[in-house]
Design a protein around this ligand. Structure first.
Ligand SMILES: O=C(O)CCC(=O)C(=O)O
Ligand SMILES: [Fe+2]
Length: 194
């Protein structure tokens, strides 16, 4: 894996983590089951995350394969993982700058973190190439990642002292042409309980 040379955040990428065949199958599953995205702590901004979301069925063979690959790579206890989520962005859709961790003391803190605790690592996989736009920008890190079939991006949402790391704030930028599909896996401090 390639690690971003920065002491501001722990972030790594791995190209071709997922084969084009598996990526294509995962796109099919997202297409079958998408719904408008909802968001914790979103306030009134309906445009904050304008993509469509899909909770992937853990029993699907493609979803199982991906889970196995993730575990082989990161060794994180699968019990700490949230269910895999698929995301589809059409032209003009985006996910505005945000952090993946929950704001301690925020309105949704109790609801989302009382059992499983805070989010720790994010693993995100791009499933396709986007004709224009759709990159993921980490402003504080001065880095923008382009979608590429099967490319994995992962980062630790915490600092070495275990507190939340605001340098991980990122922006799923607007798709300008084409469509964008990604899969996200979030891990928690404690077992997720499902
Ligand atoms: O689509 C992207 O580039 C970012 C997605 C994201 O940040 C998320 O799902 O939390
Ligand atoms: Fe995110």
């Amino acid at each position: 894996m390639q690690r971003l040379p920065s002491d501001k955040a722990e972030l790594l990428q791995l190209r071709a983590f997922v084969t084009p065949d598996l990526a294509a199958r995962l796109i099919e599953l997202i297409e079958q089951d998408r719904r408008p995205s909802t968001l914790a702590d979103a306030g009134d901004d309906r445009y904050f995350r304008t993509s469509e979301t899909c909770d992937l069925d853990a029993a699907e063979p493609a979803v199982r394969s991906l889970e196995e690959q993730l575990f082989a790579l990161n060794g994180i206890d699968p019990a700490h993982g949230e269910p895999l989520q698929g995301q589809r962005y059409d032209v003009g859709q985006e996910f505005k700058p945000h952090c993946d961790y929950f704001n301690p003391g925020g309105a949704d803190w109790n609801r989302y973190c009382s059992v499983a605790g805070q989010r720790t690592w994010t693993f995100m996989i791009y499933l396709n190439e986007v004709e224009a736009g759709g990159a993921t920008r980490f402003k504080a890190l001065g880095k923008t990642f382009q979608p590429e079939v099967g490319k994995l991006l992962c980062w630790n949402n915490r600092r070495p002292d275990q507190r939340e790391n605001p340098n991980t704030i990122h922006h799923g930028m607007k798709v300008r042409r084409g469509r964008k599909y990604v899969i996200t896996k979030w891990y928690r401090e404690k077992p997720w309980g499902w």
